[in-house]
Every structure is written in structure tokens, then in C-alpha cells.
Design a protein around this ligand. Structure first.
Ligand code: HEM
Ligand code: HEM
Length: 173
């Protein structure tokens, strides 16, 4: 069965985000919960802050392509109600992702080190920094739950024989 595809830039951006978000979530919680040696924690924080900060301009690009390249038509097996649910799920993923990125940047209490390039700490007010730290905590939990639901939904569709994964993969020749 052939699937109408998301455009190439949307597919590329989707998989870059998927890789970084999965890595930052798994390593971020491993670092917070398993308490590795301080040197390991420091390296993980450096890599994660660098990688996720690079997602900020890519997120703006992703929003631009959302408008420029609309999603392909809904698969034939989906009812209008199901499609509405899919859209709501994707919107929730994007809103939570944007919140995790913004809160991450604004909670920084040191300059943001992006692979050696230093961006000045955005906020100085301690109350505001603590607010965004808490927002980062909750938005990361929400994002992890939404991503788990998103992956489960894709697997369920595949198992039912209505694969949607092909819509996010390179076009077959
Ligand atoms: C979607 C992107 C992001 C994801 C999925 C993510 C994920 C996480 C997770 C899972 C944690 C540990 C959770 C906790 O302790 O409550 C964490 C902590 C942290 N995040 Fe993010 N984050 C993202 C973006 C950012 C950004 C853009 C920055 C800053 C520029 C940032 C800076 C930090 C810092 C400084 C910590 C604390 C690290 C530590 O003290 O070990 N994050 N993040
Ligand atoms: C880990 C972080 C992830 C995030 C934040 C995420 C987010 C999104 C978003 C927002 C969309 C809507 C299309 C777009 O605007 O790009 C989407 C579509 C899609 N995602 Fe993900 N995704 C993630 C991981 C994954 C993974 C690991 C898979 C594979 C199991 C996957 C499979 C898909 C598929 C197949 C679609 C197309 C659904 C359709 O419209 O039919 N995603 N994703």
C-alpha cells in the first residue's frame, strides 16, 4: 500500500527532534534518578544543554514548515473523529515541546554553553528562574508521557495493519 508522505523537510525535522528528545529524556532522567559520578553528570548536562539549545531555531523552522507544507491527507481508514484526535495529539506534542525548550533556556542560572559557544544567561531574577525550573520539570514529564503515547499509537496502527509509519519514512522508489 502506498502512503501519501509528509514533505522531506518535515520528515527530516521530525526524526532530528525524535532522536534528540528521546536522548535528552532518557539520559536526563537517568542522570537525575541514578546519581552517576559528578563528572558524568557534568558531561551529560553539557551535551544535553548543547543539543537541546540547537533545537530552538529548528523548532521555529518546524513551525514554519507546518504552515508551508501541510500534512498529507488523512489515511482512508481514519474516521473524522479519529483524525481530530490525531491532530490534537500532535498539537499537544508541539506545545509541550515548545514549553520544554523555552523553560529550559529561561531556567538557566549560568551562561548557555552550546558546544563551546557561550550564550549569556537570559534571566537574572531568582524567582523567575525558579518558576521556569519548575515549568521545565513538569513540561518534561508531560512530554515523556505524550511521546510514550505517540509511539504506542504508531505501534498499534502498525499491528492493526493500518501502518502510518510509512508517512514519516522516505518515499519508496
Ligand atoms: C525538548 C527539549 C528538552 C528535553 C526533552 C529536556 C529534558 C530534561 C530532563 C528529562 C531533565 C531531568 C529532569 C528533572 O530533573 O526534572 C532535564 C534537566 C535539565 N535541563 Fe532539560 N530538556 C530539554 C531542553 C532543555 C534546554 C533547551 C535547556 C537549556 C538550554 C535545558 C537545560 C536543563 C538543565 C540545566 C537541567 C538540569 C540538569 C542537571 O542539573 O543535571 N533543557 N531536562
Ligand atoms: C520522541 C519524540 C517525538 C516527537 C516530539 C514527535 C512528534 C510528532 C509530531 C508533532 C508529529 C506530527 C507531524 C509533524 O508535525 O512533524 C508526528 C508525526 C508522526 N510521528 Fe512522531 N514524534 C516523536 C517520535 C516518534 C517516533 C519514535 C516514531 C516512531 C515510532 C514516530 C512516528 C511518527 C509518525 C509515523 C508520524 C505521522 C503520523 C501521521 O500523521 O500519520 N514519532 N510526530
Amino acid at each position: 500500500m502506498s502512503h501519501p508522505h509528509y514533505s522531506k523537510p518535515r520528515r527530516l525535522l521530525h526524526w532530528i527532534f525524535a532522536a534528540v528528545v528521546l536522548w535528552a529524556t532518557i539520559s536526563g532522567y537517568a542522570s537525575a534518578l541514578l546519581q552517576p559520578p559528578p563528572s558524568v553528570k557534568q558531561v551529560l548536562a553539557f551535551i544535553n544543554v548543547s543539543l537541546t539549545t540547537l533545537l530552538v531555531p529548528l523548532f521555529a523552522l518546524r513551525l514554519l514548515y507546518l504552515v508551508l507544507h501541510p500534512a498529507p491527507a488523512a489515511p482512508a481508514h481514519q474516521s473524522p473523529r479519529e483524525r481530530l484526535l490525531v491532530h490534537a495529539g500532535h498539537a499537544a506534542l508541539l506545545i509541550t515541546l515548545g514549553t520544554a525548550l523555552l523553560s529550559g533556556v529561561l531556567m538557566m542560572s549560568r551562561p548557555i554553553d552550546v558546544f563551546g559557544l557561550l550564550i549569556p544567561q537570559p534571566l537574572q531574577n531568582l524567582t523567575a528562574i525558579l518558576f521556569f525550573e519548575e515549568l521545565h520539570h513538569y513540561s518534561c514529564v508531560a512530554l515523556a508521557l505524550l511521546v510514550a503515547g505517540h509511539i504506542a499509537a504508531v505501534i498499534i496502527h502498525q499491528l492493526r495493519g493500518h501502518g502510518v509509519l510509512g508517512r514519516m519514512l522516505p518515499k519508496q522508489p
